[in-house]
Design a protein around this ligand. Sequence first.
Ligand SMILES: CC(C)(COP(=O)(O)OP(=O)(O)OC[C@H]1O[C@@H](n2cnc3c(N)ncnc32)[C@H](O)[C@@H]1OP(=O)(O)O)[C@@H](O)C(=O)NCCC(=O)NCCS
Length: 176
Amino acid sequence: MKPTTWSPRRLDALNESQIEGLTDLLIDCVEGGASVSFMHPLTRDRAVAFWQRVAQAVAAGQRVLLVAEDAQGICGTVQLIFDLPENQPHRADLAKMLVHRRVRRRGLATALLGAAETVARECGKTLLVLDAVTGGDAARLYERLRWVRVGDIPGYALMPRGSLCSTTFFYRDLCA
Ligand SMILES: CC(C)(COP(=O)(O)OP(=O)(O)OC[C@H]1O[C@@H](n2cnc3c(N)ncnc32)[C@H](O)[C@@H]1OP(=O)(O)O)[C@@H](O)C(=O)NCCC(=O)NCCS
């Protein structure tokens, strides 16, 4: 596959068309079997409601939202969650790394992760934490990009079609 240069950008506010694009992306990932908090089938109403809540959190400074686009619109996204207990001001959770099936395996998640780490540093964060399905495409990505694997919790969540899956927790020390 030809290498693609991606330019992830931060959205400080979401308009209706961006919410629609993010909704299409989330539905595509769940349709493809990704365990990203939602059960299959993910209705458009539930997906839109999720992104509207994200939009409110972004507007309130509780989350950072990054997106990447191709000719068809938003095709990748990731979030940094800053809304954490007051004794954890130095860290963020990284969540909802989503890449549309039409552009996978072209380095987009790698670019989104790099951009998220840069923004986290700019915001004064020194520690990032995330979880991913054990042994899945995402876990392989984080290990390749030198996130530290903490351990697995068997039976942590349900896959979109109902089977239990193990989850692996990772962290990234941004000072290392
Ligand atoms: C996991 C996910 C985010 C990865 O996105 P992606 O954009 O395909 O990731 P990348 O392209 O950066 O890397 C994926 C693979 O493509 C390879 N790759 C990257 N650029 C490439 C290129 N130009 N040519 C060939 N291969 C390439 C990478 O080496 C990597 O290989 P590996 O899986 O064998 O280790 C994506 O599969 C996804 O959205 N899944 C569903 C949602 C999900 O599970 N999210 C994670 C929540 S924790």
